[in-house]
Design a protein around this ligand. Sequence first.
Ligand SMILES: Cc1ncc(COP(=O)(O)O)c(C=O)c1O
Length: 486
Amino acid sequence: MDAREDMPKADTIALRNKHIGKSCQLFYRADPLKIVRGQGQYMYDEQGARYLDCINNVAHVGHCHPKVVEAGRRQLATLSTNNRFLHDELVLCARTLAEKMPGRLSVCYFVNSGSEANDLALRLARQHTGRHEVITLDHAYHGHVSAVMDISPYKFNQPGGDPKPDFVHVAPCPDVYRGKYRDCDYPPGTDLGELYASEVQRLLERSPTGVAAFIAESLQSCGGQIIPPPNYFRRVYEAVRAAGGVTIADEVQVGFGRIGTHYWAFEPHQIIPDIVTIAKPMGNGHPVGAVVTTPEIAESFASTGVCYFNTYGGNPVSCAIANAVMRVIDEEGLQENALLVGHYLLEQCRQLAAEYELVGDVRGTGLFVGIELVSDRQRRVPATSAAKAVVERMKTVHRILVSSDGPDDNVVKLKPPMVFTRENADEFLVGFRECLAHVQGSEKHQVQPQSQQQQQQQPASPAMKTATIRVNHPLAPGGLTLIKSA
Ligand SMILES: Cc1ncc(COP(=O)(O)O)c(C=O)c1O
């Protein structure tokens, strides 16, 4: 498809500088990208240059997936109104979500974003428990509206952030590589999940008025792609419930099959939350989210007599799009693709760790991958400037988009669209290897960057769908066998 720019890039930058708030984040600020088109796992700038997208977990089933676009177009041309009228797309979307959730998670509220979903989840939890206090994890981000900024240390711990409210309690992030309890500081077999869970137990015991909710991402993304140790969530959920609180799983980034082994990222922890919040991938770029909970919590919320109304939440266009996204995930086997390609990517990244001192830790599941760069492996010193240099060079030399995150901004994050192929993984690995060699000051792995022309000619290969594979998986002790045929 033809995609044009309406004005030269310099004019776009000038208008943005003039009319868009200075605090709005911009990738690659020194030389920002002007992306005019997306397709599958690729994005194209105003010159037609192709970039491999390893950043966009929102374009979950691939940028501009034709079935999703068509579902939205058709519904927008037919009817877009609010959810105070009956509509089949709304109830079908709720039914599909309920079918995909375990246990008694069967009642849905539709919203427009992850922030709104978490805000509403807090209201549900507070109404159900009659309490106000919340336990959150260090480095967590749960959204930009006031109520969830309060529970987002990722924001309030910044030098200019608002102070943490007294009713919010922060538990250590269960990061066994560089967190409070590190695997290297304890004998093998130590239950680090128990150690981290005991921190939550302590906060529950000290809470002045009782905790309404414990909220956490099932795998913490902003914290630096953290995989919590076994037993952590199980123990925390037991403790929170025993203390009369409810549990909220934020699946805004990690839901909808990204982790490969399961549809929801809380599932391998063998827990069932009381409330689940979802958004980003749900609309493949269209703003739609939801809160899913149990009939009991929904009943408590209804008992106030105050109606829940959200002008756009649950409108037929958003629901038609979400329904199309969920159909495409299943029809195209994208969860299995995430498992297979993610497994390959992780294995190959671990090889890089054997070659480059900079690579301190490689962790992940499915297409949720973190590569933690360190300047001293023994002491696990974060290599923040190296990570920044790698991210920048991946873009300028290799036209591959990755980001960095974590408390020290030293974790290279991969969360590509789920149509990411093994060939895409290889392309990433070639570029990443060259960047590591460059940043480490060695020339021995230097490769020539692909020419723009070569990149443009390379077709988007379909997602890998068939294989029989035994996967060692961090969340499945003993591994997993996946047999998938065409
Ligand atoms: C884990 C998590 N929760 C909630 C949000 C907020 O979602 P939104 O930006 O759609 O409001 C984000 C956004 O980055 C997120 O990463």
